[in-house]
Design a protein around this ligand. Structure first.
Ligand SMILES: C[S@@+](CC[C@H](N)C(=O)[O-])C[C@H]1O[C@@H](n2cnc3c(N)ncnc32)[C@H](O)[C@@H]1O
Length: 405
């Protein structure tokens, strides 16, 4: 695919990013793990794709996320989490990786318009530049609502409420591997003749080796030589840290991904990593360093097993983490009232047409409807209005796909 050329200012910025990473590689003996490359190229302070001033989201950026496609998406999330907020004595929301702040603003407005109380809307955002953008977006809310929004610099020690993240995990650095001579090799990055190139990272990676062994056992077959894919250990570690902090509440994550057997299907032999530059999708992570997004889908089976296996919460708190739900974005939005929201204000034909197009993008199988999944974990949540039984959320009433994980 022919991608647009960056202008001279963007090219200069990209050269600075490349020089920064080349220096890191030089000081690491000539090669760094791909996860380190991805970390620098996306998040190096003031330089990385998410940390510097690129537009990123929306028509003028490089890719579009669901909250930017339609406010109906965030309104559905607000409705989905309402029963949880109602079941907690004092509850707040914590959104991690809030992008432009659009989802936060639309959720807060919907909760307000439906009379739903919440204490605070916390945001934890890694990029200083995006945090500023979020502040601009959320300062436009009525002052009594804007006052409920608080930015955190790190995770709190303890939290009661709902943790939300949309397309956060797919932006975390991945460990890329391939099979060579029937051995698992971690892929690294070197810098040669002014270019980044793939180079095997020969140091043994015990965590990677034992994970591949486990996946191959589960699949009942070994990966063939040349098979290339990735593992997102950063997402697993992040989810464990969220679990450690959560006293009582719910974790709702929305992201592109599959269960293990689909993720590591033998025909998906180049993994799921994709790069986006001005809506052009390709698979070269070394192109335009700092100007393009790099992302990989989530393996929801291993994410779930990792957090449930590492769960120590019953030792420290009354409850342990449970996998509450897993379904597609389409099922989740439909069960959260998307159709009813679409049918509001049917008098405005033009507006209806715009919203219908947005709904198609969010729900059609060939768009985001099937490949984006919604997963929910609960801790210590019971239905206070129904004999303290397990809280069943209407947003997950349409198709329970937990058996796939
Ligand atoms: C692909 S964007 C999604 C933004 C937004 N949620 C949306 O749907 O439009 C990923 C976001 O996660 C942030 N991010 C990535 N890793 C993070 C981390 N470990 N903690 C907090 N924010 C993070 C990025 O800076 C960015 O805001």
């Amino acid at each position: 695919m022919k991608l647009p050329q960056p202008d001279s200012i963007a090219r200069q910025h990209s050269q600075k990013v490349a020089a920064y990473i080349a220096d890191k590689i030089h000081h690491s003996g000539g090669v760094i793990a791909f996860s380190k490359y991805m970390e620098h190229v996306l998040y190096a302070p003031g330089l990385g794709y998410y940390s510097a001033g690129c537009i990123k989201f929306g028509e003028q950026g490089d890719f579009i996320t669901a909250p930017e496609i339609s406010p109906l998406f965030s309104r559905c999330i607000a409705r989905a989490i309402t029963p949880i907020l109602n079941n907690l004595v004092s509850s707040s929301i914590l959104e991690v990786g809030a992008g432009s702040g659009k989802m936060a603003a639309d959720i807060i407005m919907e909760l307000h318009n439906t009379g739903q109380h919440f204490e605070y809307y916390y945001i934890l955002e890694r990029s200083a530049e995006l945090r500023e953008r979020q502040q601009q977006t959320l300062n436009a809310l009525p002052v009594e609502l804007a006052d409920k929004v608080t930015w955190l610099d790190s995770l709190p020690i303890s939290f009661i409420g709902v943790v939300l993240a949309n397309e956060l995990l797919d932006a975390m650095p991945i460990t890329r591997f391939h099979k060579k001579n029937q051995t698992v090799v971690e892929m690294g990055v070197a810098y040669q003749n002014g270019q980044f190139v793939w180079q095997d990272n020969v140091a043994s990676n015990v965590r990677l080796n034992s994970r591949i062994e486990k996946i191959e056992n589960n699949l009942g077959q070994v990966f063939h030589d040349g098979y290339t894919s990735e593992i997102n250990f950063a997402a697993e570690d992040w989810l464990s840290s969220i679990n450690d902090m959560l006293e009582t509440g719910y974790i709702l994550l929305i992201d592109y991904g599959y269960p293990e057997n689909e993720y590591y299907h033998e025909q998906r032999d180049n993994g799921t990593m994709s790069c986006f530059y001005q809506h052009g999708r390709h698979d070269d992570p070394f192109l335009y360093p700092g100007l393009q997004d790099i992302t990989a889908h989530i393996d929801f089976s291993n994410l779930t097993q990792a957090v449930l296996t590492a769960d120590n919460s019953s030792a420290t708190t009354a409850a342990s983490l449970q996998l509450n739900a897993y379904t597609t974005q389409s099922n989740f939005l439909m069960a959260s009232g998307l159709t009813e929201l679409l049918q509001e204000n049917t008098d405005d034909v033009k507006q209806q047409l715009v919203l219908s197009q947005q709904v198609k993008k969010l729900t059609m199988p060939y768009e985001m409807g099937e490949v984006v999944k919604v997963i929910g974990f609960d801790k210590g949540l019971v239905d206070v209005r129904a004999d303290n039984s397990v809280l069943e959320l209407p947003c997950f009433s349409m198709r329970d796909l937990r058996y796939q994980l």
